[in-house]
Design a protein around this ligand. Structure first.
Ligand code: ZN
Length: 268
């Protein structure tokens, strides 16, 4: 009797702790063909739930992975369409017109909130393939999830000034440079995937703290599961995010953890 009561109270304590845990919107996930085999959809869905990841912007090479994960976790997965069918296309896809046929086919058959994450640097944006991809996004008012440099970012907004763009890894730029881009483009957001530079031993650096405070509605976390192995770190990554977010005011932490991603998706 005592033992079962203890079990019940421990279970209650665990569920209370989970409920109080900061919910995470993981704005940068991939579930590509090799991940589907190594971490099957039901297991991937459980990893997300156990990590307290309430929503995830997911894209895959090819897109089947996203569709399978969405079927396993429809309440969590926010689907994005990548212009890649397999690994190794990140540097060549913008010169391959068959990418457009692929995108048009998927867009006709499935629902998406975003196109990306796509890799494009400098004047890559001016290629016919990328210009047509931007047009396809524009026709459907889809978010663009872009991995690349400031020059490419400028050219995206030149092509489509009202675009909503999520800048993967915040362009890998310094906080001041990210702030400059955010000041220039009100409909630009920035994910912090694969960045460890805002959470040193002394907590969030002064430079990042200022940028997060000045642009409190524009940053979000992401784990970037670009290889199958990284799926095993979704839980630890969510905890890592919570640990450095705890160094910020609670309302700002909630925004970066979850609310900004939701607002970005509904800012159509
Ligand atoms: Zn990525």
């Amino acid at each position: 009797m005592i033992r079962s009561l203890l079990a019940i109270s421990l279970a209650f304590a665990a569920s209370t702790a989970k409920a109080e845990e900061l919910p995470i919107f993981d704005a940068h996930m991939h579930y590509s063909h090799d991940a589907v085999i190594q971490v099957p959809p039901e297991q991937a869905a459980k990893i997300l739930r156990d990590a307290g990841v309430r929503k995830a912007l997911v894209s895959s090479s090819d897109d089947d992975g996203t569709q399978k994960l969405k079927a396993a976790a429809p309440d969590i997965v926010v689907p994005a369409l990548r212009p890649y069918r397999r690994r190794g296309e990140t540097g060549s896809w913008m010169h391959d017109p068959s990418v457009i046929t692929y995108l048009e086919d998927r867009l006709a058959r499935f629902e998406y909130e975003a196109i990306g994450e796509f890799h494009a640097f400098g004047d890559d944006i001016e290629t016919d393939v990328i210009q047509r991809m931007i047009e396809l996004a524009r026709e459907r008012n889809l978010l663009l999830h872009h991995h690349g440099d400031r020059e490419a970012l400028d050219l995206i907004f030149k092509s489509w000034p009202e675009a909503r763009v999520l800048w993967a890894h915040s362009g890998f730029d310094r906080p001041g440079e990210v702030a400059d881009a955010l000041a220039t483009y009100p409909r630009l957001w920035a994910d912090l995937a694969y960045r460890t530079d805002m959470a040193g031993s002394g907590g969030v650096s002064a430079e990042w703290r200022k940028t997060f405070t000045d642009y409190s509605d524009r940053f979000m976390v992401g784990s970037d599961t670009f290889t199958p192995e990284r799926w095993y770190y979704v839980g630890p990554h969510a905890d890592y995010s919570r640990s450095w977010l705890a160094d910020l005011p609670a309302s700002l932490a909630r925004k970066i953890a979850y609310e900004n991603s939701e607002a970005m998706l509904s800012a159509k």
